[in-house]
Design a protein around this ligand. Structure first.
Ligand code: ASP
Length: 606
């Protein structure tokens, strides 16, 4: 795999060669020496991974970022004082050793340096170390809390090094690709102003402006649009964004985006450009050719998968069973807005217990279904369902035919209002996909989901919210719907979805002041409020705004996906825990009264 730690070992070596005369600490890295280096005198520096003392002979595994090399000490051959020193070394001591490269008697095939060892002639302890709270092994015994608290020790472990190297590579390849297409990296500010739309902001008090606050950007959205007005027609930035939301495995309060914007383009240009980025990354980082990136409308994704980020590594599409199942006297289905099913291939052999488990699973509050109807399509052509009272064998034959279920399959059916049923069945589909081993993390199936609704109705607040953000343009043919039926308006907005994870999203923007004002109006902003919050953008739109659009990719998620992991945490050097805390530096923390006074802040903790 190209993202292992040896990727830079050779680069680093040539750098060291160039500096050879200056570098007293090492002539080589610990991942580098081979049998072809036999008899060379070398100097290595690194950390003591472990030592083995067999009386007359002593071995030490020396580790650095590039690998492990074995040091060898032998009574009678190695200076007695050096052996005495070596015996004092504890785990994670930092040492420098000089000696001759020997061919090992007992070779280790698992280690790239496993054919050699160094007969140490000089040894220097550069620094001691306390005994670490967990061993620095690939399969750590630390547990999450310890690993986060001693993250610098955790980061010494190979899996973490591989993850950060992968991240580095994806970043470099992203820059190369975008640079080759004339994209320009421009930094935008971190101290900006709070806006009411979107997630909750992190705010920063301003000492020089008492009572006023900056906000940390949830994304550089308005700045990148203003850069388009400024004429920088291809912008990108690998940039930190901040959102004060509840956390999950794939969310962090600060996260990184590959943020892009282009002027004088249409949706098609953007989709092609960024499909190209994903192809480039797969090719250069993973050696994988992405052949096709299908497109699916939002409406289709919801109808077939109940989800706007469908995992299309497996089929199991939703079957609308309303027509064939209503009107047979089963009141629950008769009164339901939707009756939807999926066919789990080869699962007719499921036992009662397995089905009960599935039923319990969908009834958990996190999923919220009232119950689960099932039908086993037996190998002998008969059917056994949980609602046999209402449906005959002939009915089931029809239902099986409509839904494409074959002998040996299991049909799972949920009902209720359309939105909830889709959500619930979507979760069940993913569970069945996982159970049936259809979600291989090494298989990559991307797609674009396009034509998102422009706005969605929020029943609690009784108002429209932008589905993407308020700067997203409606499809020109839907302008009229903003007045009459906003919920039906579709936007030129798109998401890039990979294996059921949304890794990128963007839109063509509104570049006309009047339409932007109309949009703010729809979202419930008075003209005064819109001017107060977004006047800078509206004003910019009066000075020659070109047609433009863009996209942002979740960089951490992309890295996790490339690394075959679900959680983004181990692809971030210093992540926060589920309560938003950095347990290594112990943040957030209190500040003293003097700081509060300077900021004119009084606390009101309840
Ligand atoms: N700023 C948007 C986001 O963070 C992405 C975009 O529209 O370009 O989701």
């Amino acid at each position: 795999m190209s993202h292992d730690c040896s990727y830079t070992a050779s680069k680093f070596t040539s750098y060291l060669r160039a500096l050879e005369h200056y570098n007293m600490h090492r002539s080589h890295t610990c991942g580098e020496l081979r049998l072809s280096d036999k008899d060379k005198t070398v100097t290595l520096s690194g950390w003591v991974q472990r030592s083995r003392d067999k009386g007359g002979m002593l071995w030490i595994d020396l580790r650095d970022r590039y690998g492990i090399t074995q040091l060898f000490f032998e009574e009678g051959k190695t200076d007695a004082l050096i052996i005495e020193e070596a015996r004092k070394l504890g785990r994670e001591f930092v040492i420098k050793a000089t000696g001759k490269v020997l061919e090992r008697y007992a070779k280790n095939d698992n280690l790239p340096t496993g054919e050699i060892e160094i007969a140490v002639e000089k040894l220097e302890i550069l620094n001691g170390s306390k005994t670490p709270p967990f061993t620095i092994e690939d399969a750590s015994d630390g547990g999450d809390d310890l690993r986060m608290q001693w993250r610098y020790l955790d980061l010494r472990r190979n899996p973490l090094k591989a993850n950060l190297m992968l991240r580095h590579r994806i970043g470099i390849e992203t820059r190369k690709y975008l640079d080759s297409l004339a994209f320009m990296e421009v930094e935008t500010p971190y101290l900006i102003k709070s806006t009411p739309e979107g997630a909750r902001d992190f705010v920063v008090p301003s000492r020089m402006n008492p009572g006023q606050f900056y906000a940390l950007p949830q994304s550089p959205q308005t700045f990148k649009q203003i850069l388009m007005v400024a004429g920088y027609d291809r912008y990108y930035q690998i940039v930190r964004c901040f959102r004060d939301e509840d956390l999950r495995a794939d969310r962090q309060p600060e996260f990184t985006q590959i943020d892009c914007e282009m002027a004088f383009v249409e949706q098609e240009d953007i989709l092609n450009t960024f499909e190209g980025l994903v192809r480039h990354l797969f090719k250069t980082v993973k050696g994988i050719d992405i052949t096709s990136v299908p497109r699916m409308t939002y409406d289709e994704a919801m109808r077939l998968y109940g989800n706007d980020k469908p995992d299309v590594r497996f089929d199991m599409q939703f079957q609308d069973l309303g027509n064939s199942m209503k009107g047979k006297g089963f009141a629950i289905f008769d009164s339901a807005e939707s009756v939807l099913g999926i066919v789990a291939p080869g699962c007719a052999s499921y036992t009662r217990k397995q089905i009960d488990e599935l039923t319990e699973w969908v009834k958990r509050p996190q999923i919220g279904a009232k119950g689960l109807v099932y039908c086993l399509c037996n190998e002998d052509g008969t059917f056994k369902s949980s609602v046999d009272k209402f449906y005959t064998q002939e009915d089931w034959k029809n239902i099986a035919q409509t839904s494409g279920a074959k002998a040996g399959d299991l049909v799972l059916i949920l009902s209720g209002d359309t939105n909830s049923t889709r959500k619930q069945l979507s979760e069940l589909r993913l569970l069945m996909g996982t159970k049936l081993g259809l979600r291989n993390p090494e298989e990559f199936k991307p797609l674009w989901v396009v034509d998102f609704p422009l706005v969605e109705w929020n029943e609690d607040e009784k108002r429209w919210f932008a589905m993407h953000h308020p700067f997203t343009a409606p499809k020109p043919e839907h302008f009229g719907l903003l007045e009459t039926s906003p919920g039906d308006a579709r936007a030129n907005a798109y998401d890039f979805v990979l294996n059921g994870v949304e890794i990128g999203g963007g839109s063509i923007r509104i570049h006309d002041r009047n339409i932007q004002s109309q949009m703010f109006n729809l979202l419930g902003f008075s003209p005064e409020e819109a001017q107060k919050q977004f006047g800078f953008l509206l004003n910019a739109f009066e000075y020659g705004a070109p047609p433009h659009g863009g996209i942002a990719f979740g960089f951490d998620r992309l890295c996790a996906l490339f690394g075959g992991a679900e959680s983004i945490r181990d692809f971030i050097a210093f992540p926060k825990n589920n309560s938003g805390r950095d347990v290594m530096i112990d943040a957030p923390g209190t500040i003293d009264q003097k700081q509060l006074d300077e900021l004119s802040i009084g606390l009101n903790i309840k």
